[in-house]
Design a protein around this ligand. Structure first.
Ligand SMILES: Nc1ncnc2c1ncn2[C@@H]1O[C@H](COP(=O)(O)OP(=O)(O)OP(=O)(O)O)[C@@H](O)[C@H]1O
Ligand SMILES: [Mg+2]
Length: 310
């Protein structure tokens, strides 16, 4: 079935621009958030990667925490009814965890596909979050699968799997695979250039200010517009000072935290005895942070509520 890109993704596009949406699906299709906002230039790249003309079938979405790296492929695939098999990686993730294992099923030992094998077989996306935390040696065991003419041989059964034509690999990370120099993201590893050389690399940034204001409006409609706009400005100011961005602050207000701050402030407005915006700022972002950094954020906040635009 063909669908119009403009109505599917809520972006400006001519009515003639259509895209194929699957009728039948063999696998887990992500649920969608109808409030999701797509940046047209980022979306175009994702659609190209999913289509037949992509020069590389692997994409690496990198950027700060909560910027939308994981949700972007899920939201796109949910709308296209493309299944996604996802996993979160750590230093302990092994190639075998992704490929599958022999398991005891009803008293018999049987091969059970892992998320990577399932995606290769059925077609769709294998999404490996935080791949930059995986052991570089284990990452390198994936290179055969990442190559254009890949095949997967399952040692335990001898089966050779030819990937479906629409098999794609998406990975995410807070660093670019060269380790984290900022100190903000413990556990980021230095990987092999040969591994990352096999990906299209998309650096994700927070939405433009106007879109971020619109997004907060959708998630926190109970707050006055002026308050929401101030929250967005404050968040964007704090992000500029974040260590991950070359500043000195060890905390930040990610797009994720901004949305949750707005939602919690809406709820706190209905509860007496709370300062809705201030207390939700503390509960979502500041509590547990290094004292000095929390104080800097509170100063900017107080400055704002005392009449100065952040
Ligand atoms: N463009 C957007 N429109 C709507 N919501 C968004 C957008 N970008 C991010 N979000 C929301 O922000 C939250 C965090 O997004 P996501 O989990 O994709 O971030 P991430 O970059 O993967 O973070 P992490 O580095 O912590 O894994 C999600 O709830 C997501 O829906
Ligand atoms: Mg993520």
């Amino acid at each position: 079935m063909q669908e119009k890109i403009n109505s599917l993704f809520g972006i400006p596009a001519p009515d003639a621009a259509v895209i194929h949406v699957r009728d039948t699906v063999d696998g887990p299709v992500p649920n969608i958030d109808p409030n999701y906002i797509f940046e047209p230039m980022v979306l175009k790249r994702i659609l190209l990667w999913l289509g037949p003309k992509t020069p590389r079938k692997n994409i690496f979405l990198l950027g700060e925490a909560g910027v939308g790296k994981t949700s972007l492929p899920l939201e796109v695939c949910g709308r296209l009814r493309t299944p996604v098999w996802s996993v979160s990686c750590s230093g302990k993730t092994r190639f075998e965890h992704l490929v599958g294992a022999m398991c005891l099923v009803d008293g018999n030992t049987k091969w059970v596909d892992g998320p990577l094998t399932a995606a290769m077989r059925a077609g769709g996306v294998f999404l490996a979050n935080e791949i930059t935390r995986m052991d570089p040696g284990e990452q390198m065991r994936l290179v055969d699968i990442l190559d254009q003419r890949s095949r997967l041989t399952i040692g335990e059964t001898g089966e050779v799997i030819e990937p479906a034509a629409d098999f794609r690999v998406a990975v995410t990370g807070n660093s670019g695979g060269h380790g984290d120099e900022s100190g903000a993201y413990a556990g980021e590893k230095v990987g092999s250039f040969a591994f990352y050389d096999r990906f299209i690399k998309i650096k994700m940034e927070p939405l433009p200010e106007e879109h971020e204001k619109a997004l907060l409006g959708k998630h926190a409609p109970g707050l006055p517009e002026q308050i929401r706009d101030g929250m967005v400005s404050l968040a964007r100011q704090i992000r500029e000072s974040f260590v991950g961005n070359g500043g000195a602050l060890r905390i930040t207000i990610s797009p994720r935290s901004l949305i949750d701050w707005g939602k919690l402030a809406c709820e706190y407005r209905l509860m007496s005895g709370l300062d809705p915006v201030k207390d939700s700022l503390k509960d979502i972002i500041l509590n547990g942070s290094p004292e000095e950094d929390a104080r800097v954020v509170m100063e900017i906040y107080e400055n704002w509520v005392n009449g100065n635009q952040p």
